[in-house]
Ligand binder design. Structure first.
Ligand code: COS
Length: 384
């Protein structure tokens, strides 16, 4: 749903200009240093990027899902690490509170997430609980007006920068699998909370992940999301439904950028006496990429509109994430191929995108988990 086309156009135009003029020129520098310059972070805050999907009453822009994916298509036109910094506030690190938080939790945390004063991080995955998120072992034992958390979370995006963590932990040790899990807000600096070393990754330099460790970490009971035990897994899944649409949107944006770079190169690069863009085998790669990006874009917008209509979009989110992330990696592969030898050199940047986008098929649910979600929903619906 688009609330006001004119206002949205101004926002999309502003983001597009910021991406082109401020972020694109810094891509190589950020990849080399593994740091986003603080002045760019300040500009992101000023533009409101940390609060795109946080409701207006809490200082965010309150974008609808359709508006948000259109913004994400623009943000995708540069290295995905930039988006990663503010994406958790809008997505997995903030939405648990937006969707299921108590009025006090919303009042206490959402304004600071919206402004970018704090970064929100989502702590679900553990060393032995990845795709099987329901098997997580981090425990939360009630002790008076606190819960005491123990366990380790792994690959936690933005953990080194985070001011708060949404932590899924087991409050009922007798309940097996996804039941018995509750969600908490844990503030940075809480005694018993510590961080591991920053992970060395294949790509997405500038975006950081690390372990988050809880050792007798006492969290006020008022930080139990929604004030309700044993619904934390559902909170996590609802958050991921939205997150997956956004990942699909970023896949579309980055794929568009890679294709634009590949097209420009193909029109400049001459072999056999003419630009390689005039060769049909190159054209096939360009055309297949264009068609697949269009398909993914259409899926993303459709899923976003359905979510705005209040429909359950578990299947659509999984379909969009599956198709768009696989598509994005195919486009990356073709783009490197079109660049040829230059595609393998870091100075052209396309090999960096190739490494960056590989993550899209893994995080917020692997392609295999999306397949499983889609098929399960189909079988369930057919049996109803
Ligand atoms: N929205 C709301 N509730 C949901 C839901 C959703 N999208 N998906 C599942 N649930 C509910 C189910 O309805 C079920 O509740 P009831 O038992 O009351 O009916 C409960 O949650 C457990 O669901 P399910 O039985 O499907 O859980 P499983 O353990 O079998 O598996 C998968 C669920 C595999 C889909 C889940 O673990 C998953 O998504 N794994 C990937 C995790 C992931 O994306 N990690 C990335 C980390 S973030 S970067």
């Amino acid at each position: 749903m688009i609330r006001d086309q004119e206002t949205l156009n101004i926002l999309l135009d502003t983001i597009s200009r910021f991406v082109r003029e401020r972020l694109v020129p810094q891509e190589a520098h950020v990849a080399e240093t593994d740091q986003i310059p603080p002045e760019l972070v300040a500009e992101m805050k000023e533009l409101g990027l940390f609060g795109l999907s946080i409701p207006e009453e809490f200082g965010g822009m309150g974008l609808t899902m359709e508006e948000e994916v259109l913004a994400t298509f623009e943000i995708g036109q540069t290295s995905p690490c930039f988006r990663s910094l503010f994406a958790t506030n809008n997505g997995i690190g903030g939405q648990g509170i937006v969707i299921d938080g108590t009025p006090e939790q919303k009042r206490d945390y959402l304004p600071r997430l919206a402004s970018g004063e704090i970064i929100g991080s989502f702590a679900l995955t553990e060393p032995d609980a990845g795709s099987d998120a329901g098997s997580l072992r981090t425990s939360a034992r009630r002790d008076g007006d606190h819960y005491v958390l123990n366990g380790t979370k792994r690959y936690i995006t933005n953990a080194p920068e985070a001011g708060i963590f949404t932590v899924m932990a087991r409050t009922n040790p007798d309940a097996k699998g996804p039941h018995g899990i509750s969600a908490f807000i844990v503030e940075k600096g809480t005694p018993g909370l510590s961080l591991g070393n920053i992970d060395k990754k294949m790509g997405q330099k500038g975006a950081h992940t690390c372990d988050v460790i809880f050792e007798d970490c006492r969290v006020p009971a008022s930080n139990l999301i929604g004030g309700k035990e044993e619904v934390g897994f559902k909170t996590a899944m609802k958050v991921l439904d939205k997150g997956r649409i956004n990942i699909a949107a970023i896949c579309v944006g980055v794929a568009e950028r890679m294709l634009a770079d590949a097209l420009r190169y193909a029109m400049e690069r001459k072999q056999f006496g003419k630009p390689i863009a005039e060769f049909q085998l190159i054209q096939a790669m360009l055309a297949d990429s264009k068609a697949e990006i269009y398909a993914a874009r259409t899926m993303v917008v459709d899923a976003a509109r359905k979510r705005d209509d209040g429909r359950d979009v578990g299947t659509e989110a999984a379909c969009a994430k599956l198709f768009a992330s696989e598509m994005c990696c195919r486009v990356a592969d073709r783009a490197v191929q079109i660049f040829g030898g230059a595609g393998y050199l870091s100075e052209y940047g396309i090999e960096r995108f190739y490494r960056d986008v590989r993550l899209f098929r893994i995080f917020e649910g692997t392609s295999q988990i999306q397949q499983l979600v889609i098929a399960r929903n189909m079988i369930r619906a057919a049996g109803e």
